[in-house]
Design a protein around this ligand. Structure first.
Ligand code: BES
Ligand code: MN
Ligand code: ZN
Length: 467
């Protein structure tokens, strides 16, 4: 469900606003005149001015009691303002309108976080509704508009990934992509066969719902001198295939198309944000199921462009569908940079946990740009190394490559997966985001709700619009 909270910008705090949020700095002084003993109140509640701190004060209002929420903004950095914004939206759950006196600083980050905290995905009617309306007083209207576009794009990515796999098969994902207001091209099974997309076909063989390759194209109003290709992993359910996962690991795998969801959501928001670069999105989509028609461990497949791969583990399927899309991008689309986004390996969760995503890059300039965008956007990244000595892990005795290491001499599952992808990306600047750890949240806290996070949308929109 898109974020239902409506947003407006008002010039001044309306007289007698019933539900009003006002920032205070660490010297505990608010910016607007409230006719309240604010300093004493804050001291009474031992408020420290930290971001996320809220002191709620009942006030007399025409016909009843209103509330003033005094909110801390910490050091006023975008990170602190995000925390403050999210805390306010959470506190306002179930309410009608919250008027928010905007803080000093990055209002876009503040409003974006408030909106993300108001996101929910419910099939059923349990629970409190998000605040109906947020009215920002004294905020820059353009910053608030940008925040809304970005937050709705994150919400779309979350919605797609939270949708149960009984609903979302590859064809459904293609339909969703077709609703983004940009030109779309979809390869069905026959066309995949005709063009030699052997990886996508092999992974999709076991399912009754056939695979798709989805291409979205954004062209800016002004002619662009840069062309970026985004590639998303679109596994609508990952059971592991014949290399079947145990239930505990399988039950989270409806979000294995989170990378593809990010690409779809980003392509749908670029026009509204006036991104100056040409962007092509590719979503390699299949359902990875075991059956009498499924691929087997030991099968050899032929990827787009002719390279052969020995499939030693059908659960390492993400790299197989991505390899086709990367090879196609390199051979046909002539991009200046390629970035893929994928819930690729459980191993990256061991390395970086659930708060920080991994970026691998063949190019230092591209890596630096993405790391900067990560810092600004709050989709945090850490650069991981492409360790050359681990390349022999992917040697096969009968094919050009194996999709996993046979033994355990090298380990480093996320790194060897990245090395596999690099083989198909060509010589162009390429980066790979392994979002398996950050793609879903186990907590309902701050800007996150349980389930899909939409990680990567804010990062890529930041990179593509500010570049
Ligand atoms: N989709 C999984 C990775 C994953 C795991 C995402 C947990 C989110 C949460 C991927 O296709 C996979 O199964 N990877 C294997 C690779 C292994 C077979 C080399 C893994 O991580 O175990
Ligand atoms: Mn898998
Ligand atoms: Zn997977």
């Amino acid at each position: 469900m898109p974020i239902e909270t409506t947003v407006s910008v008002v010039a001044e705090v309306p007289d007698g606003a019933e539900f009003l949020a006002v920032p205070y700095a660490s010297d505990l002084s608010p910016e607007v005149e409230l006719h309240l003993p604010v300093t004493e109140l804050l001291a009474h509640y031992e408020a420290k001015g930290e971001a996320g701190e809220i002191v709620e004060v009942p006030v007399a209002r025409a016909g009843g009691v209103g509330r003033v929420l005094l909110y801390g903004v910490g050091d006023g950095t975008p990170r602190a303002l995000r925390k403050a914004g999210a805390a306010l939206a959470r506190r306002a759950k179930g309410r009608d309108t919250l008027t928010v006196v905007a803080p000093e600083g990055d209002v876009a980050a503040f409003a974006e976080a408030a909106l993300l905290a108001a996101y929910s995905f419910k099939i059923g009617s349990e629970g409190k509704k998000p605040v109906r309306a947020l009215a920002f007083a004294g905020a820059d209207a353009e910053q608030v508009r940008r925040a809304q576009v970005v937050a709705q794009a994150v919400a779309l990515a979350r919605d797609l990934a939270n949708t149960p796999s009984s609903v979302k098969n590859p064809a459904w994902l293609a339909e969703q992509a077709a609703e983004r207001g940009v030109p779309v091209r979809v390869w069905d099974e026959e066309q995949l066969q005709a063009d030699g997309f052997g990886g996508i076909l092999a992974v999709g063989r076991g399912s009754a719902s056939p695979p798709r390759l989805i291409q979205l194209s954004y062209t800016p109003a002004e002619p662009a001198d840069r062309h970026v290709v985004l590639v998303g992993k679109g596994i609508t359910f990952d059971s592991g295939g014949l290399s079947l996962k145990p239930t505990e690991n399988m039950k989270t795998q409806k979000t294995d198309m989170a990378g593809g969801a990010v690409v779809i959501a980003v392509l749908g928001a670029l026009a509204e944000l006036g991104a100056p670069v040409r962007v092509t999105g590719l979503i390699a989509s299949a359902e990875n199921l075991p059956s009498g028609t499924a691929q087997r461990p030991s099968d050899v497949i032929k990827h787009y462009g002719g390279r052969t791969v020995e499939v030693l583990n059908t659960d390492a399927e993400g790299r197989l569908v991505l390899a086709d899309a990367l090879a196609y991008a390199d051979a046909v689309l002539d991009p200046d940079a390629v970035v893929d986004v994928a819930t690729l390996t459980g191993a990256i969760t061991v390395a970086l946990g659930r708060n920080v995503g991994a970026v691998y890059a063949s190019d230092d300039v591209l890596a630096k740009q993405l790391l900067e965008a990560a810092e600004t956007s709050d989709d945090r990244l850490w650069r991981m190394p492409l360790i050359e000595e681990y390349k022999p892990a992917l040697e096969s005795s009968i094919a050009d490559l194996a999709n996993v290491e046979s033994g355990s001499r090298f380990g480093a599952g996320s790194i060897t997966a990245a090395l596999f992808l690099r083989e198909f990306a060509g010589r162009r600047p390429w980066a790979h985001l392994d979002i398996a750890g950050v793609g879903r949240s186990t907590v309902d806290e701050g800007t996150l709700t349980k389930g899909a996070t939409g990680f990567g949308v804010r990062l890529l929109l930041e990179w593509l619009t500010r570049a």
